[in-house]
Design a protein around this ligand. Structure first.
Ligand code: NDP
Ligand code: MG
Ligand code: MG
Length: 341
């Protein structure tokens, strides 16, 4: 059984006694900075010159400085800029200004696991990774709850790295839900695997194939949209509440029987072999290298794939239909902020 941590396992005063620099004020950055501040922590947000996030952070009453100035004198530096910029940001703006015994904190292990950032031996290197989007992390904190976090220590120079990581996790509300002990390697590899094969990649492809199959057979796109996309949320809510078993309990016997006989026809054992190949590319660093090389070149492959995804007919159908849904709270303008991680 994994080792779990709760509020009682952490001492909030540890993080309250430190000067914290939060670099980046996006999805995770805003949530961490605001909740740390509300937990009585001394926080400065570090942003680049001309940052579009600056006004938002200042509006919330946070101290804002350049990345270099925020990092200078900080006891703990949280790196919450996008993964693909962290390597350069670290080399150019963070490392040269970092106190020799400052703690480095990440919300995802990518740059440490794949060696893009190699901190000096004097630093504690820890991870507190919320298992949810930043906006939910903040909303839950404000509601007196929290999003579960996973916690890891890569380098423990001070002998206090675990205590500090747990104190931080408590300050952002994570230990109100639970902290799960992991390693940078396990977090990075499982996070990438989950998003690529099931949560993002797998689900997106499954929806698109379902939509294509129905519309190519002559069914109306609006009806197909409901059947393969809209209802997914209702199904996922049931799975979230009580596992696959609760979903099967709630749907009709017809749907449950169809699940058993047709699920394995669609998702064949070959899919599991494909998943193993994806995992292999994650573990070998091949995926990381492809992503970072493309990003370094300005993201040509990324932009092409994004445009192709946006051009899929299900998106146009969805945009029109959602205008008619009075009950869907999220509007199409919402996607511009942050990402799911
Ligand atoms: P975002 O894309 O939301 O971060 C945007 C922020 O980073 C903005 O404040 C932006 O400022 C700043 N930024 C972007 N580029 C640079 C740069 N070159 N130099 C300095 N600042 C820059 O990131 P996320 O919150 O999605 O991710 C942050 C970390 O959290 C990642 O490690 C991610 O894997 C992890 N994570 C994310 C989750 C999520 O919910 N999104 C979930 C769990 C972990 P500007 O206005 O200047 O562009
Ligand atoms: Mg994840
Ligand atoms: Mg992720």
């Amino acid at each position: 059984m994994a080792e779990l941590f709760y509020d009682d396992d952490a001492d909030l005063s540890l993080i309250q006694s430190k000067k914290v620099a939060v670099v980046g004020y996006g999805s995770q950055g805003h949530a961490h900075a605001l909740s740390l501040r509300d937990s009585g922590v001394d926080v400065t947000v570090g942003l680049r010159e001309g940052s579009s996030s600056r006004a938002k952070a200042e509006e919330q009453g946070l101290a804002v400085a350049s990345v270099a100035d925020a990092v200078k004198g900080a006891d703990l530096v949280v790196i919450l800029a996008p993964d693909q910029v962290q390597r350069t940001l670290y080399a150019e703006d963070i490392a040269p200004n970092l106190k020799s015994d400052a703690t480095l904190l990440f919300a995802h292990g990518f740059n440490i696991r794949f060696g893009y950032i190699k901190p000096e031996a004097g630093h504690d290197v820890v991870m507190v990774a919320p298992k949810g989007p930043g906006h939910l992390v903040r909303r839950e904190y404000e509601a007196g709850r929290g999003v579960p976090v996973i916690v890891a220590v890569e380098q423990d120079a001070s002998g206090q790295a675990w205590d500090v990581a747990l104190s931080y996790a408590k300050a952002i509300g994570g230990l109100r839900a639970a902290g799960i002990k992991t390693t940078f390697t396990e977090e990075t590899e499982t996070d990438l695997f989950g998003e690529q094969t099931v949560l993002c990649g797998g689900v997106s492809q499954l929806i698109q194939y379902g939509f294509e199959t129905l519309t190519e057979a002559g069914y109306q796109p609006e009806v197909a949209y409901f059947e393969v996309l809209h209802e997914l949320k209702l199904i996922v809510d049931l799975i979230y509440e009580g596992g696959i078993a609760k979903q099967r309990w709630s749907v009709s016997d017809t749907a449950e029987y169809g699940d058993y006989v047709s699920g394995p026809r669609v998702i064949t054992p070959q899919v599991k072999e494909n998943m193993k190949a994806v995992l292999g590319d994650i573990q070998s660093g091949a995926f990381a290298e492809r992503f970072i090389n493309d990003q370094d070149a300005g993201g040509p492959e990324f932009k092409e794939l994004r445009a192709k995804g946006e051009a899929h007919p299900i998106e146009a159908t969805g945009r029109e239909l959602r205008k008619l849904f009075a009950w869907v709270e999220t509007t199409d303008a919402d996607y511009t902020e942050g990402s799911a991680g």
